[in-house]
Design a protein around this ligand. Structure first.
Ligand code: CP
Length: 319
């Protein structure tokens, strides 16, 4: 594998899940693969799970790891070409990227949607420049429109817990006080649509996601109806995608929070969320603390999804 930014890069999902099972059974079985190889992880915004799980996965593979927080201690980076750099940004991404590439074998990048300019976000300008100019295999640690390491971990978790061969998986919008990107729901939809699960998305009208990600899924505006018979409830907030409201919070309706009364409509569903989660906005205390909440094993599987991706990128270096 030469890059990992979308579900298409992972290829056959059955083979990827089998590889995840092998890695999870013995995390240190491939510890020679990364010897004398260096991973550079670049963060343009905050992270807990992605940072720790990806670093752990790299260490399991025997890699050296360098972490750069662009906003703490590095020069401020200009990302646009043609800008007269007379402001506070001292370095251009077009020099910084190949320099960073010269210090490592593989680069992981975490960026974030600006939520002001839809075209700019959906062109994935930052991560695509890393793919083009770094000279190294690049993988996404969440970008403006996708979070594939999260979605791969979500898929591994669903496979581990599913009570039937073809589960009903419901992704539900839930309220949040700040405008959040569509990366996690876009990506989750993209990965679920690549399976044969019964996949349903429920959200208030106005929160339709980009059809490029959701086409094939059932959309249901009645959250309670969507929950009926579900085996998994995947909660997430996102801001509006459609113009003229791109990046805006349209509703804070707390009736969309996932609570015990709504979970009772499901087929004893498991509760999932990528974390971090705002309790009693997205989900009630009792649901996230219940024995049907699998948010911790879901987060733990981030190490496994990262390790499969890094293993494949390392194997790609050999070829
Ligand atoms: N789910 C996730 O990506 O968490 P972090 O933002 O903490 O990395």
């Amino acid at each position: 594998m030469k890059k990992f930014t979308t579900v298409a890069d992972i290829g056959n999902l059955g083979a990827a899940l089998e590889e995840a099972r092998i890695v999870k059974a013995d995390r240190f079985a491939f510890s020679e693969l990364g010897r004398n190889r260096t991973l550079l992880m670049i963060f343009f915004n905050s992270s807990l799970r992605t940072r720790l799980s990806t670093q752990k996965a790299a260490m399991n593979l025997g890699m050296n790891v360098i972490v750069l927080d662009v906003n703490q201690g590095a020069w401020k980076l200009e990302t646009e070409r043609g800008v007269i750099m007379d402001g506070d940004k001292a370095e251009h991404l077009l020099e910084a990227i190949p320099v960073m590439g010269s210090y490592c074998d593989i680069i992981g990048v975490r960026t974030f949607a600006g939520l002001h300019d839809k075209r700019e976000d959906y062109e994935e300008r930052v991560i695509e420049q890393f793919v083009k100019y770094s000279g190294r295999p690049v993988f996404s640690m969440e970008a403006a429109t996708r979070h594939p390491l999260q979605s791969f971990a979500d898929l591994i978790t669903i496979e581990e817990f599913k009570p039937v061969e073809r589960p009903k998986v419901v992704m539900t919008w839930a309220p949040h006080p700040r405008a959040l990107p569509q990366a996690v729901p876009n990506s989750f939809a993209e990965w679920m649509n690549a399976t044969d699960y019964d996949f349903v998305i429920t959200h208030p009208e106005g929160y339709e996601l980009d059809p490029a990600f959701t086409a094939g899924a059932r959309i249901e505006f009645d959250q309670r109806k969507a929950f009926e018979g579900a085996h998994f409830i995947y909660a997430k907030n996102w801001s509006a995608y459609s113009d003229p409201n791109y990046g805006k919070v349209l509703s804070m309706d707390r009736d969309w929070m996932v609570d015990a009364e709504k979970m009772a409509l499901t087929d004893n569903a498991y509760f999932m969320h990528c974390l971090p989660v705002r309790r009693n906005m997205i989900v009630s205390d009792d649901v996230i603390e219940s024995d049907r909440s699998i948010v911790i094993p879901e987060a733990a599987n981030r190490e496994i999804s990262a390790q499969v991706v890094l293993k494949r990128l390392l194997e790609g270096l050999e070829g």
